[in-house]
Design a protein around this ligand. Structure first.
Ligand SMILES: Nc1ncnc2c1ncn2[C@@H]1O[C@H](COP(=O)(O)OP(=O)(O)OP(=O)(O)O)[C@@H](O)[C@H]1O
Length: 251
């Protein structure tokens, strides 16, 4: 849904942004984009390469500060926060998964998954217990004591997903998370992400240029050359047996 120009942020929108402008060293990244996302919604941000999807995700997540416009998270203004407050918000309330897993090679799989909790100050025992629970839910518990170098790309991407979920964030920003994967692995990762999000009422913003990936979303929001190109409700995918076997998530 495109946010109306003069409205205050509605209470039921977990994220609400109005008239975002951002340029990368003078070249336009976002030009007047407004978007809102409801709690628990899965929103696909679509558009060809270079259309502004990553820039929009980063403005909404607070890692980029828009040059103009507003971003509100649960009715709290993000665009007026300082860098430290935005960093804390990202650490405590948001999860991020990108096209590359970026795991720390020296750490074991469970330690990689536990990183957000350890950085936030959780005890070693609590962080390990919670991370291992998520690895179990995502069907990768068998790798907990291995190093990332022993994993396939698809397994490593699942660990990155566990890391994004471990603090049960309000919002997961997923930036082309299936880009390096084969077709079957893509379906598996997306189903795992959406099942986890729905069972834990986590909102997902999924940036993708792939039509099939966008079909898992409740709604689509399209960008073109940094501008809003359209918004539509997705029909949603039919669940296949392969999808059902994708993970053994429990609430
Ligand atoms: N760090 C940067 N420096 C300069 N220009 C950038 C930078 N990051 C993005 N851009 C430019 O901003 C525009 C939007 O890029 P963005 O990465 O947000 O698009 P995207 O839709 O996510 O593309 P992709 O699917 O390729 O990641 C593009 O023209 C891109 O070249």
């Amino acid at each position: 849904m495109v946010a109306p120009a003069d409205d205050a942020p509605p209470d039921n929108d977990v994220l609400w942004a109005r008239s975002l402008h951002y340029s990368h060293s003078g070249s336009p990244g976002l030009i007047g984009v407004s978007v809102s996302v409801r709690q628990g919604e899965i929103l696909a941000l679509t558009g060809p390469r270079g259309s502004g999807k990553t820039t929009l995700l980063r403005c909404l997540a607070g890692s980029l500060r828009p040059e103009q416009g507003e971003v509100w998270f649960n009715s709290v203004p993000v665009h007026t926060m300082g860098a430290l407050a935005r960093e804390r918000l990202r650490r405590d309330r948001f999860g991020w998964i990108g096209p590359e897993p970026h795991l720390v090679p020296e750490l074991k799989v469970w330690e990689n998954a536990a990183l957000p909790l350890l950085i936030a100050g959780a005890s070693h025992r609590t962080a390990k217990h919670t991370a291992c629970e998520w690895l179990e839910r995502l069907d990768i518990a068998a790798f907990a004591r291995k190093r990332p170098g022993a994993l396939t790309r698809a397994e490593a991407q699942r660990v990155a997903l566990a890391r994004a979920l471990v603090n049960e964030p309000a919002v997961i920003f997923a930036d082309e998370p299936t880009a390096p994967l084969h077709r079957a692995e893509r379906a598996l990762l997306l189903r795992t992400l959406t099942t986890a999000a729905r069972s834990h009422e986590i909102t997902v913003l999924l940036a993708t240029h792939d039509e099939q990936s966008a079909a898992v979303a409740d709604r689509r929001f399209a960008l073109l050359d940094g501008r809003t190109a359209g918004a539509a409700v997705s029909a949603g995918p039919a669940e296949t047996t392969e999808d059902q076997a994708a993970c053994s998530l429990s609430a």
